[in-house]
Structure formats: structure tokens, C-alpha cells
Design a protein around this ligand. Structure first.
Ligand code: ISE
Length: 348
């Protein structure tokens, strides 16, 4: 924690956050911490593109730029690290934070394959501490949290089937089938682990006729079927080039009830000049999940300030490993017939 005196004797000092990577997501987090998060401030920023790092640091009073992630992790004016660099750097940067005893919130994915993700799990285990929070922000979305609590409290009874839909308006060029798995479906994979509290054991891919905006060789839309350890089935319909809006829905079929989230009807207005209901469908995931990201970062900052480092609802290194293992099987399933088993190691 900061040794700089706070403005009021009764207030604890802010958690000083170092941000690695200030592209779209990292820059969003810097603004979030500056404008909406209590008890934290961005103190140090780094990015491969130093001009970009400086541009973003200039938006935060007192923030400075360093040249490398290593310098940032070791800096005296950093209490906790937020990793928002490209996924291929996450493993090494997360392990460096753990080795340095720095609490870290790492954006998904934890690593690019299960073995690399397992190395992060093993590093944290060897440290004897708890340092890593993984940025599966949907766990902090109100609808997701309510659904999770309705399932775990038994309110919905025995769950047999979960139906998920994941729709993006557009994707960047080169968003090949494996990215639909590792970048998009990975959110449903984590949601399954979060909701059902058991691992995915097998995955099947069903590839219909491609839609009108699918790139050459891309299977968009795509249907993934997941089977969990106790035999529940989850369907995940991915359609990443709808050319319309961002929609994420989940429906859970239980023996006592069926619950659906993600289909808000928006504001209802009865008015002399005409009554209506309805709202806006956002264009991408950032406005859709802005409250979830805010809640995730706020909960992380509170956990760091309290010395526990990881918020109760947060995904951890092991969740990142399970997600990577399920995604690896899903990628294999794209070219296989039937269900492909998920290969997972014992939890250390
Ligand atoms: C993106 O990286 C995300 O994380 C979004 O939540 C997801 O909807 C999108 O498909 C991904 O590309």
C-alpha cells in the first residue's frame, strides 16, 4: 500500500495500480480507475508503444511511464498490477507478478494453452500466497451473479441444460474459428464453471452453413455443445458477425424453474404522447459489460486493500487453466466428429 499520506487521516491510502498494456481494454481500465473506482489510482503505465503509454499516462494526474513490464512490476510506487497486454504475454507477466508478491488482475486469457496456464497455477501454488485474479468480468454482471446465486442456492432445482447465445456485431479481420473459441466462447466456458461448479469434460462442435458475412473458411455462426462432469449439457450458439448489435443471453433449465438473463426489455414509458417499451442494444461488449467491469475492478481493489488480494466472486488461476483446457478440446472438436474429451490435470 502507498506510504504517501492520504488527504484525510481517516481515509486509507489509495491502492497504486500499475497497468501493463494500454490498448483498447487497458486504456478503458485506466479511465475506469481514474473516474469511477474508489480507493485506487493509476501510478505507472507501460506499453510496447511508448507514445501510447505516454498519451494514456498524461490523462491521469501523477501517473508516469516506464519502459518495460519488469520495471513496472518492480516499481516502488506500484501496489498491484493490472495486465491488459496481448494474451501471449500473460503467462510470463502473471508469473513475474506472483514471484514479486504483487496482487495482479490479469485480463483473459490466462495463457494461450493449458500447459502455460498450468504454469501460472503452479507458480501461485509454490508462492504459498494468493495473488491472481482473472478478468472474467461476466461473474460481476448483475444478471450472471443472480443466476449463479439462484443455481447454487437450489432455487432452480436440478439443472439439466444451459443454453447460451453470444452475438457480436462484427469482428476484426482474421477472426478465425479458433478465435471464436478462445476469444468469444471462452466467456461461456468460464460461465459454465462459475454457474455449475463442475468442470467441462467433453466438447462437440456443430458447424452449419456459414452466414452471409463469414470470412472465407470461417464457420460463423457456430454451435458448441459442452458436457459437464455430472452429465449436464450446455449449448453455446456463437454468431460473431451479425452486423447488428451485441447480445449475450443465458437460459438455465432446472427441475424447479427456468431462468433467463440477457434479454432486457429496457425502460417502460407510459406517456400522453405515446407509450412504449424498449432500449438500445449496445454495439460491443464494453458498454454491455461496463457495470460488470467496474464492479470487478472495484472488488479487486477492495480485496487488495484488505490484504486478501482476490475478491470472492473472481475467477482465479485454476479457472483460467480449466478454461484453457476446455477451449483446447473445443478447437479440436472443430475438425472432429462427435464429442472430444477435455484433458485436465489434477488440481495441485
Ligand atoms: C472479446 O475479446 C470479448 O472478450 C468479448 O466479451 C466477446 O464478446 C468478443 O467476442 C471477444 O472478441
Amino acid at each position: 500500500m502507498s506510504t504517501t499520506p492520504s488527504t484525510s487521516a481517516s481515509l486509507p491510502a489509495d491502492v497504486r495500480v500499475g497497468v501493463i498494456g494500454v490498448g483498447q481494454m487497458g486504456a478503458d481500465h485506466v479511465t475506469r480507475i481514474r473516474d469511477r473506482i474508489k480507493g485506487a489510482r493509476v501510478s505507472v503505465v507501460t506499453d510496447y508503444f511508448t507514445d501510447k503509454a505516454q498519451e494514456i499516462a498524461d490523462t491521469v494526474p501523477g501517473a508516469r511511464v516506464v519502459d518495460t513490464p519488469e520495471e513496472l512490476i518492480a516499481a516502488d510506487d506500484v501496489d498491484a498490477v493490472l495486465i491488459a497486454s496481448p494474451g501471449k504475454f500473460h503467462r510470463d507477466q502473471a508469473i513475474a507478478c506472483i514471484d514479486a508478491g504483487r496482487p495482479v488482475l490479469c485480463e483473459k486469457p490466462l495463457a494461450m494453452n493449458p500447459e502455460d496456464a498450468y504454469q501460472v497455477v503452479a507458480a501461485e501454488q509454490a508462492s504459498g500466497g494468493q495473488y491472481l485474479s482473472l478478468g472474467f468480468m461476466r461473474r460481476f454482471d448483475r444478471g450472471y451473479a443472480e443466476l449463479h446465486d439462484a443455481i447454487s442456492s437450489g432455487e432452480l432445482g436440478e439443472i439439466s441444460i444451459v443454453n447460451c447465445k453470444h452475438r457480436n456485431a462484427t469482428t476484426l479481420p482474421g477472426f478465425v474459428d479458433s478465435m471464436m473459441v478462445y476469444d468469444s466462447a471462452v466467456h461461456e466456458v468460464d460461465a459454465i464453471h462459475y454457474f455449475l461448479d463442475e468442470p467441462i469434460t467433453a466438447v462437440q462442435a456443430i458447424l452449419p452453413v456459414p452466414g452471409p458475412r463469414a470470412d472465407e473458411g470461417q464457420h460463423d455462426p457456430m454451435l458448441l455443445l459442452f458436457r459437464t462432469a455430472s452429465g449436464r449439457i450446455v449449448t453455446d450458439e456463437l454468431y460473431v458477425n451479425t452486423a447488428s448489435g451485441y447480445e449475450v443471453r443465458t437460459e438455465v433449465l432446472g427441475s424447479k424453474g427456468i431462468a433467463t438473463i440477457g434479454q432486457e426489455s429496457g425502460r417502460v414509458t407510459t406517456h400522453l404522447e405515446g407509450s412504449r417499451w424498449g432500449g438500445e442494444i449496445p454495439g460491443d461488449f464494453r458498454p454491455r459489460f461496463i457495470d460488470a467491469y467496474d464492479a470487478e475492478v472495484q472488488a479487486w481493489v477492495a480485496a487488495v486493500a484488505a490484504g486478501t488480494n482476490v475478491a470472492d466472486r473472481s475467477a482465479r488461476a485454476w479457472d483460467g487453466y480449466l478454461a484453457a483446457a476446455a477451449c483446447e478440446a473445443a478447437e479440436k472438436a472443430l475438425t472432429a466428429d462427435g464429442f472430444v474429451p477435455v484433458d485436465t490435470r489434477e488440481r495441485p
